[in-house]
Design a protein around this ligand. Structure first.
Ligand SMILES: [Zn+2]
Length: 294
């Protein structure tokens, strides 16, 4: 077993409108697993979801995050993986208690849907697309997402063995085919489909590209490191409290003496005592609509 560093590798077909991306996750994935105990099946799906989020975030053209979210009626009830434009990944899942057998995606997340959200940092311009999830695998659900939405034709291949995760993305670029090679997309898709999960996990990016596309001229970009990082902060929790309103905050303070919030992704805990809360609402000065004071 070869260790692949946590990184993303972009590549381009020199003579066709096709681009690609490979991702390998090792430590960043282990960081997520170290924060919560998951059954093997859930852990593997988390790895695939992190790889997918990382791959899809490579298309972001602004500061912000891409969030991949699954929701269903169990045994996995919720799974979120997000990736920022700075290649920072985080993920969390919720599931029913008890034994969890291996199975196809639609059995693991019954009546589920997959939502992909693009969340720019500087504007409120959120974009979200949702598809139902009647697929055997997450890769199939993501492929379906792209074929349902009016976006560039895109395919992904994902793998996770519970220790490492990896993924491959191919995307057909817009524009006229100036290369006189209209079959390139179909050919690339077909070649990529021959990759086995073990190969995706074990081989390094250059070797994967060499094996799959050795008859094509490929331009390789510098690999970019990927890491686990949670974007939670005291300020973000404070803005949630402000949105919740003074009345509810006071009622929690009355019951508990303080407000404690734990981040689902990293487990970090944030505590606000009555002084913090008082300060927050006087400084924040934001009253929820309809509660203007006279
Ligand atoms: Zn956090």
């Amino acid at each position: 077993m070869q260790a692949n560093p946590d990184q993303q590798q972009r590549f381009l077909f020199e003579h066709a409108n096709v681009r690609g991306e490979l991702i390998h996750l090792d430590n960043s994935y282990q960081e997520v697993l170290s924060r919560r105990e998951y059954p093997d099946t859930v852990a593997r799906l988390l790895g695939e979801a992190m790889a997918a989020a990382g791959l899809l975030s490579s298309t972001l053209k602004f500061k912000g995050s891409l969030i991949l979210q699954m929701q269903g009626k169990g045994p996995i009830t919720m799974l979120v993986a997000s990736a920022s434009d700075r290649q920072e990944l985080r993920a969390v899942a919720r599931h029913e208690e008890g034994e969890l057998e291996d199975g196809e995606l639609q059995a693991l997340c019954r009546d589920g849907y997959l939502a992909i959200t693009i969340d720019p940092e500087d504007t409120d311009d959120r974009y979200q697309g949702i598809v139902s999830m009647n697929h055997a695998s997450l890769a199939g659900a993501v492929d379906n997402y792209f074929s349902q939405s009016e976006q560039l034709p895109t395919r992904v291949w994902l793998a996770c063995d519970g220790k490492r995760a990896a993924g491959l993305l191919l995307q057909r670029l817009p524009g006229e085919d100036e290369h006189g090679d209209p079959d390139a997309w179909g050919r690339a898709e077909h070649l990529a489909s021959t990759i086995k999960p073990e190969e995706l996990l074990d081989l390094d990016s250059r070797e994967i590209i060499r094996r799959l596309f050795h008859e094509e001229t490929i331009r390789l970009f510098d690999p970019v490191p990927v890491r686990f990082h949670c974007q939670c902060s005291r300020q973000r929790i404070a803005s949630v409290l402000l949105a919740m309103g003074r009345e509810e905050a006071d009622s929690i303070l009355e019951d508990e003496g303080r407000i404690q919030a734990n981040c689902d992704f990293c487990g970090r805990s944030y505590t606000f005592d009555p002084v913090d809360v008082g300060q927050l609402f006087s400084e924040g000065g934001i009253e929820p609509p309809g509660r203007t004071q006279h």
